[in-house]
Design a binder for this molecule. Sequence first.
Ligand SMILES: Nc1ncnc2c1ncn2[C@@H]1O[C@H](COP(=O)(O)OP(=O)(O)OP(=O)(O)O)[C@@H](O)[C@H]1O
Ligand SMILES: [Mg+2]
Length: 360
Amino acid sequence: MDYLRWDETIFKNPEVFDASYLPDMLLHREMQLNQLTSSLKPAIAGSQPINSLCLCSPATGKTSAVRLIFKQLEEFGVVTCHINCQIINTKHQVWTKIFEIVANFQPPSGISFLKLYLATLKRLSKPLVVCLDDLDYLDVKTLNETIYSILKAYETVDVKIGLIGITTDFQVLSKLDALTGSIFHANEIYFPLYTKKETKNILKRRVEAGLYNGVLDDEAFNLIVDLTHNSKDLRLGLYLLKMSGIEAERKAKKKIDVEEVEKAYEGGKSLFLDKSLSALNRMEIEVLKAIYIKDNITSGELFEHFKKRISYRIFYDILNKLERIRLIDLKMEHSKGKTQRIFKKYDKDIMLDALERVSS
Ligand SMILES: Nc1ncnc2c1ncn2[C@@H]1O[C@H](COP(=O)(O)OP(=O)(O)OP(=O)(O)O)[C@@H](O)[C@H]1O
Ligand SMILES: [Mg+2]
């Protein structure tokens, strides 16, 4: 029995829907790509690149933009190093990764930081651009020491190193101490959320690259666009395209209809929620839980429950983070000074179940 009939698939190229897939071009990001290119161009001519800070909400193409520009820079002989700070989160680990790229082998285990640092710089004969991606995952001390070690390297050895920081945290610059802040002059590049039309264009391009012509019903596609736009997360759209295609194939259908999209969405929405919640610390989870337990609450009323344990500044940062990762909405109450009304973005039971899962 022929279980894997390659000729009966609806996927022309399934890779196109993978998280690691890098499209050849990023639609609606011309301005940001141009800003990055002009900051990094000096490296091609062998001089010091300009530092950049890419800011804004998740899934707005920050990582993809840097990966795309890095691919092109490498063709011009510039050394690039993309670091995911969710995984690589100490100064030693950052320089270990830079060493591996520059030297093309691993440093000896147990090597001291100073030896590792000097050995890396000594081997660096070309300009280097380091990207610290998701740098809000670094604790404040590591953030400062790592940035400082990268930007002050030229004082030790004659090297040209540029730094790109990527973050969804607009407060990140305020976490830099005076010493680091005074040397990290960055060109700030904003990645705004995609409009519904832009989301549709991006997903349409992906459909054309990944699915055979005509296999996705128009109504099903429009539903994917709506769900993606409402969640403000392009990754959900890519996930729905892939999973609804797999579901259609499972049923031996030659077309993806609305029912496959609905099935994929049922399975996917808690998965996406769990992923967002995994980025929260204990206090953030507590605040979120309090929001979902209570009905119709303002920031001022909610702060009353937390004021003995955290300052208003920390509480305010938590609310902003929860809004940024789209777990709540905040709307200013004009009649009441700085008070904001808090709106839930998810169904109460779905959120409380998910919070239960991540806390257990
Ligand atoms: N303009 C675009 N054109 C095509 N695909 C895009 C575009 N922007 C984002 N994507 C796709 O959306 C997904 C998320 O993009 P990316 O990882 O670059 O976002 P991000 O801003 O780094 O998100 P996060 O802050 O969560 O790390 C990727 O699969 C990427 O291919
Ligand atoms: Mg990213």
